[in-house]
Design a protein around this ligand. Structure first.
Ligand SMILES: Nc1nc2c(ncn2[C@@H]2O[C@H](COP(=O)(O)OP(=O)(O)OP(=O)(O)O)[C@@H](O)[C@H]2O)c(=O)[nH]1
Ligand SMILES: [Mg+2]
Length: 296
């Protein structure tokens, strides 16, 4: 039996979380069209007759401006230690540049075998692939360079086969029914944040967070109900109004959408109470970042 860990790293928005969910066969990491969606390390476990692979999704690598972003980058570095395989993911439609080179250097320093995944091939002209494959080939540090589409699933079977080739023999790290090590409480906060990201623009996606205040399961067995109270944090009072929307309609619609997703996630009815709260400069507030389990 094979058993090992593969870490997915790359620039924000390259499709890392989409790939994690595809490989885990279930949504464990939130996805959005906005860069810097993922803020935590999220694992997704894949079990096959060939063995078990633990995939690790990480925050997109970017220049950190706030404490939060420093912690996010810290998380990426931490996950690269002692890993069996690094999956460096890039958006094939974006030309190579300084940001990508920074990730490349990180990959080289790990010393672990690495694959380069050219993602989103469903969205680009095929003739653009060859020059991109050439460019990354020059780096000389990749065992495989694979064009894939995390969204459509193209070439993911091939990717799985290649990954297993590089995994060591061993016993599984987790029980077979575990898909992620994150709690339902944590995932609930993330699912709410995903809805928030879809609706917000400009600085707001980055300036907001979700804090679960209450996750009450006491009526789960007899009434099939979980009660969740969550605060949506923003940095300034003026942002509170934007999240609420006219007549609090934005917040209400967001709550409805999030509740539907949470009911699917938890497999029961959900009462969701959402409030918007200002937490000044929270992205630099270590105590608050600790509460949000944001990095080290
Ligand atoms: N067309 C296309 N879009 C994709 C593909 N994979 C991901 N996307 C889209 O790209 C956007 C970013 O996807 P994510 O999976 O959130 O990217 P990420 O790398 O995890 O981003 P961060 O968490 O911000 O670092 C989303 O809008 C996805 O739907 C793909 O194979 N093809
Ligand atoms: Mg992500």
């Amino acid at each position: 039996m094979k058993s090992g860990t593969a870490v997915i790293i790359g620039r924000p928005n390259s499709g890392k979380s989409t790939l994690l969910n595809a490989l885990a066969g279930q949504k464990v990491s939130i996805v959005s069209s906005k860069p810097q969606t993922t803020r935590h390390r999220i694992i997704g476990v894949m079990n096959e007759t060939r063995g078990q692979i633990v995939f690790v999704d990480t925050p997109g690598v970017h220049k950190p401006g706030y404490r939060m972003n420093q912690r996010m980058l810290g998380t990426v570095y931490e996950q690269l230690r002692g890993v069996d395989l690094v999956l460096h993911m890039v958006d094939a439609g974006i030309p190579f540049g300084a940001g990508e080179n920074f990730v490349l250097e990180m990959v080289k320093k790990t010393g672990a075998p690495a694959f380069l995944l050219l993602n989103k091939i469903d969205a680009i002209a095929k003739q653009r692939l060859l020059p991109a494959m050439d460019r990354y080939g020059q780096a000389g540090c990749f065992m495989e360079i694979l064009p894939i589409s995390a969204a459509t699933g193209e070439n993911l079977d091939l990717l799985r086969d290649r990954i297993f080739e590089y995994m060591p023999e061993g016993e599984p790290q987790y029980g077979e029914d575990l898909v992620t090590d994150r709690t339902e409480r944590f995932l609930a906060g993330e699912f709410i944040r995903e809805k928030l990201l879809e609706r917000l623009r400009e600085e707001l996606p980055y300036a907001s967070a979700v804090m679960i205040r209450r996750f009450d399961e006491s009526r789960r067995t007899d009434r099939n109900l979980v009660v969740i109270d969550a605060d949506i944090l923003v940095e300034r009072r003026s942002q509170q109004g934007i999240v609420l929307g006219a007549g609090a309609r934005t917040l209400r619609d967001l709550g409805t959408e999030a509740r539907r997703d949470l009911e699917q996630l938890l497999g029961c009815k959900v009462y969701l109470g959402l409030e918007v709260r200002t937490a000044r400069n929270w992205r630099n507030d270590d105590a608050l970042l600790d509460q949000l389990e944001l990095g080290s």
